[in-house]
Design a protein around this ligand. Structure first.
Ligand code: NAD
Ligand code: GLY
Length: 360
């Protein structure tokens, strides 16, 4: 088992990464001196595959285990589902000596984390992420929350878990499209934060795509280390943490314009990263070889790179609704070559889109 530390003083925690380690969860929770009662939040898909291992491990370590299942799907990351979780916690008389385990992908992690952040003004929680996206991104760093009908992730809290336990074997059952979607976030870390890691991804792209475990162990550990460093330096996204939005600005516009139906989040981010790379090149931050390498890696990982064609007005409208539009323009993350970044304010969004081939 490998470990990465998220260094946040008294709120520091370990990320444990390994194959077949889910059965050690109970022991790990004991070591943290968590209370005697635990509620595992999951969905039927993930629960059907992994709840029994988790339940047994926690019960063998002496915990009283309860289960809360929420429906599977992004549309259930809602206030209504959250209320259902609170109802069951209250009915079950869970007190401050209890804790939650989030067993699942980013949807379960975000909503269970927010329930933990707010129930009785906060009880401890543990992340057991089971999608690649959750293992390399959402389970680390303490962003928790739910969606609102008017926008994604509009309600939430920064609330760090006490432990993240990543069992790489859970990736064996992950559908192909979900796995590839997670790879887009993996590539993001390389493009803007670590050239050596990008080179590793480029050199091992086929083994990674086919889920060769040795490579995946290195990928997940590297991503967790990179993200842990960013979070330790800027937990509340005052500046540096915004680098993790690389590719997401145009990616979100693509998701909005295609009504969240045509592309998964990771696919939209892949498209957004290619556009960000082209824009960075035109701005003089990177060369054409950098853009070509980024596109080639994403294509080898079977991710889309072509921007869907909508009118300039449609893109401008979608971008105007972005959370990152503040006074002074759109906050945009550029790659500097490969492995570094800069963040700037874009005032002329039409010019930015022209670089991507979208013109009036
Ligand atoms: P998800 O949680 O919906 O999981 C995707 C699908 O895979 C679901 O159907 C799930 O049941 C299934 N699944 C999960 N693990 C499985 C496994 N091991 N085997 C088989 N099936 C499995 O989606 P996601 O991509 O993990 O997460 C997306 C969510 O994460 C979004 O709500 C997004 O806003 C959030 N997110 C949060 C952060 C953060 O920092 N908190 C960062 C990025 C994304
Ligand atoms: N996924 C972006 C962040 O955690 O900041």
């Amino acid at each position: 088992m490998e470990t990465v530390t998220v260094g946040l003083a008294e709120r520091s925690y370990q990320i444990s990464i390994g194959q077949g380690i889910m059965g050690t969860l109970g022991h790990a929770c004991r070591e943290l001196h968590l209370g005697s009662r635990v509620v595992v939040v999951t969905n039927p898909t993930v629960g059907g595959l992994y709840f029994e291992v988790v339940r047994r491990s926690l019960a063998d370590a002496g915990f009283n285990v309860q289960l809360i299942e929420i429906p599977d799907g992004e549309e259930y990351k809602s206030l209504e589902t959250l209320k259902g979780i609170y109802d069951l916690l209250i009915a079950g008389r869970l007190d401050r000596g209890s804790f939650l385990v989030a067993l699942g992908g980013g949807v379960v992690g975000d909503i269970a984390g927010f329930a933990a952040a707010t129930y009785l003004r906060g009880i401890p929680f543990v992340q057991v992420p089971t999608t690649l996206l959750a293992q390399v991104d959402s389970s680390v760093g303490g962003k928790t929350g739910i969606n609102h009908p008017l926008g994604k992730n509009l309600i939430g809290a920064f609330y760090q878990p006490r432990l993240v336990m990543i069992d790489l074997d859970t990736l064996d059952t992950l559908p192909e499209r979900e796995f590839l979607s997670g790879l887009a976030e993996v590539v993001k870390y390389g493009i803007v934060l670590n050239k050596d890691f990008f080179n590793f991804l480029a050199a091992h792209a086929d083994e990674i795509r086919t889920r060769e475990k040795h490579c995946l162990a290195k990928v997940v550990k590297s991503c967790c280390s990179i993200k842990a460093d960013v979070v330790a330096r800027d937990e509340r996204e005052t500046e540096l943490r915004a680098v993790l939005n690389y590719g997401h600005t145009i990616g979100h516009a693509v998701e909005t314009l295609t009504d969240y139906k045509q592309f998964s989040h990771g696919e939209a981010v892949a498209i957004g990263m290619v556009q960000a790379a082209k824009i960075s090149e035109v701005m003089g931050y990177a060369g054409s070889t950098d853009t070509e390498r980024i596109m080639a890696l994403l294509e080898t990982l079977h991710l889309p790179v072509e921007l869907p064609q909508f009118s300039l007005e449609a893109y401008l409208d979608a971008l105007a609704r972005d959370k990152k539009v503040k006074e002074g323009g759109l906050s945009f993350v550029f790659n500097k070559r490969i492995g570094d970044f800069t963040i700037g304010k874009v005032k002329d969004i039409a010019a930015l889109l022209a670089t991507c081939g979208i013109r009036g």
